[in-house]
Design a protein around this ligand. Structure first.
Ligand code: ADP
Length: 254
């Protein structure tokens, strides 16, 4: 079956003064996939995502989200997407339930705060303030809030940076769960194991250009077909497996 394109980016260019941060990139994201944008710092990932998220102007090119042209109706695109806030966006005086209610009001949506918090294992924190949460809890809450407006696509920017291995794996499960309910996920990460585990396809961005785009499996096969070999025999486990084995799978973040 032909996959439906939910994001289409064509010849996207972004200049900051004389500097061209995004140099004419084109890619599609299919409906319901987990799509990764990978690349070194400064490659142009955030700029690209923020343009699609309608948070930044482009210099040229075309962006179409769910059939809507960004140049024609950015407001309609905003309604279709869920974006994580910077932590400064969570009013310090409000607890998690109040924050969800506030966002519901802003989006003109109804959501059951208790239910949403339960999905993200935060039911015990309903009366806590954002700043009182652990790193993993903050990330879970921030992903929960992206779902309030029932978006078709969510954008996650390095969602597991700084988390311990248990919290990271827990977040992977949640991201897969969000996708299994029909949401398309666009994610940036510097962790290649994470991209390999989560992403159906990923684009590798370097110097404002896409230098590779395919499934992790295909990208790895292509490298191997080119004669690449690891210098050391790969063991059946890695140090993260040791860590999880010794410290258990359960989350601890109190
Ligand atoms: P990434 O997300 O891949 O780390 P960014 O999109 O943040 O990359 O940045 C791409 C390039 O654009 C970098 O060289 C960065 O310094 C530059 N850049 C980003 N934002 C601005 C801005 N507001 N003004 C000028 N240059 C910027």
């Amino acid at each position: 079956m032909e996959k439906r394109k939910i994001i289409e980016v064509r010849d996207l260019v972004k200049k900051y003064g004389d500097f061209t941060a995004v140099k004419g990139i084109s890619f599609d994201v299919y409906e319901n996939e987990i799509f990764g944008l990978l690349g070194p710092n400064g490659a142009g990932k955030s700029t690209t995502l923020e343009i699609i998220e309608t948070l930044r102007d482009k210099t040229s090119g075309q962006v179409i989200v769910d059939g809507i042209d960004l140049d024609k109706d950015p407001e309609a695109i905003k309604k279709l997407i869920g974006v994580q806030l910077q932590s400064s966006g969570y009013y310090p005086g409000l607890n998690l339930t109040e924050l969800i209610d506030l966002f519901c009001g802003l989006y003109n949506q109804k959501a059951d705060a208790k239910e949403l918090l339960a999905v993200f294992n935060l039911e015990d924190k309903a009366k806590a303030k954002f700043k009182e949460l652990s790193g993993g809890q903050k990330q879970r809450f921030s992903i929960a809030t992206t779902l309030i407006n029932k978006p078709k696509i969510i954008f996650l920017d390095e969602p597991t940076t700084g988390l311990d291995p248990q919290a990271r794996r827990n977040l992977w499960d949640l991201i897969q769960q969000v996708r299994s309910q029909g949401t398309t996920v666009v994610i940036t990460t510097h962790y290649m194991d994470e991209a390999e585990f989560l992403c159906d396809r990923c684009a590798i961005v370097e110097g404002g250009k896409i230098i590779a785009l395919d499934s992790p499996d295909t990208l790895i096969d292509q490298l191997v077909a080119g004669g690449f070999e690891r210098t050391k025999e790969v063991k059946k486990a890695n140090l993260e497996d040791v860590f999880i084995h010794l410290t258990g799978k359960e989350l601890r973040e109190n």
